[in-house]
Design a protein around this ligand. Structure first.
Ligand code: SAH
Length: 248
């Protein structure tokens, strides 16, 4: 049970698997004014950096669920490194359909909304775990500049233009679904680069160390094509943000 190996290779050195930098994640943690012992569920938690650093900085308690065995192991190790292993728990497993045994103060899915079959399905899923008056945290792409063709959309790794909204229409959708957007942290082009360009270095290093691996051809092709595709499409057209929502 794992995610496709290409991600475990290309993002093996990432602590944060989304386009926010450590500084932006820290600023978001502060912006959310979390009190000690705030309980947080994080579906698709990656290497657990959000839960571990917020546990260290704000004393939160957290549970993370992720399908990558590598990222889950890294999350557990990071918790020990930051001295928060008693506050956070990481479960290696499927997050689709995961509902917390006890309702939490904050239910999050940051950059993995396919686990609920899309944005609205993920909001429905998170609602089952959050306490009345609690908060949802959703990390999601949006069109910073509208693509002019489906071809451009696919260059942004979307299946179609309709996969994402613009930022105003995304916030309007949250309002229509019955939520107040109470905070947000947006990526910018430089923070996108920290996520994307860091993958290139990791892939190159992996290729140097594993020239005969069965994945070498695929990784070589990805490293050959990705930098140009990224600066042509995603870097120009796609925005990304984490949004804090409270039901009205
Ligand atoms: N929220 C993390 C990771 C975002 S990347 C962060 O911001 O750093 C998306 C994550 O979803 C990856 O860690 C991947 O392993 C995980 N994932 C993908 N499909 C999943 C599934 N079905 N169940 C649980 N985790 C999944």
């Amino acid at each position: 049970m794992d995610i496709p190996r290409i991600f475990n290779i290309s993002e093996s050195a990432h602590r944060i698997h989304n386009p926010l930098t450590a500084e932006k994640m820290a600023a978001l943690g502060t912006a959310l004014r979390m009190e000690k012992n705030t309980s947080v569920l994080d579906l698709g938690c990656g290497s657990g950096e959000m839960l571990c650093t917020w546990a260290r900085d704000h004393g939160i308690r957290g549970t993370g669920v992720d399908l990558s065995s590598l990222f889950s192991a890294q999350a557990k190790q990071r918790a020990v490194e930051l001295g928060v292993a008693s506050q956070v728990e990481f479960i290696h497993g499927e997050a689709a359909g995961y509902v917390a045994a006890e309702r939490v103060d904050v239910a999050a899915c940051v950059g993995a909304t396919w686990i609920g079959g899309g944005l609205q399905g993920t909001i429905e899923l998170l609602k089952k775990s959050v306490r009345p008056g609690g908060m949802l945290l959703i990390g999601e792409p949006y069109w910073r500049v509208m693509p002019t063709s489906q071809y451009e959309a696919r260059g942004c790794l979307a299946n179609a233009i309709e996969d994402f909204l613009t930022l105003p229409s995304l916030l309007k959708l949250f309002a229509k679904l019955g939520f107040d957007t109470v905070e947000m942290m947006l990526a910018d082009q430089d923070s996108w680069d920290r996520y994307e360009a860091a993958r290139w270095f990791t892939m190159r290093r992996w290729l140097d160390e594993n020239p005969d691996d069965e994945m070498a051809g695929e990784v070589r092709e990805e490293l050959y094509t990705e930098p140009e595709r990224y600066v042509t499409y995603r870097r120009e057209l796609l925005g990304w943000g984490t949004f804090a929502l409270k039901a009205r």
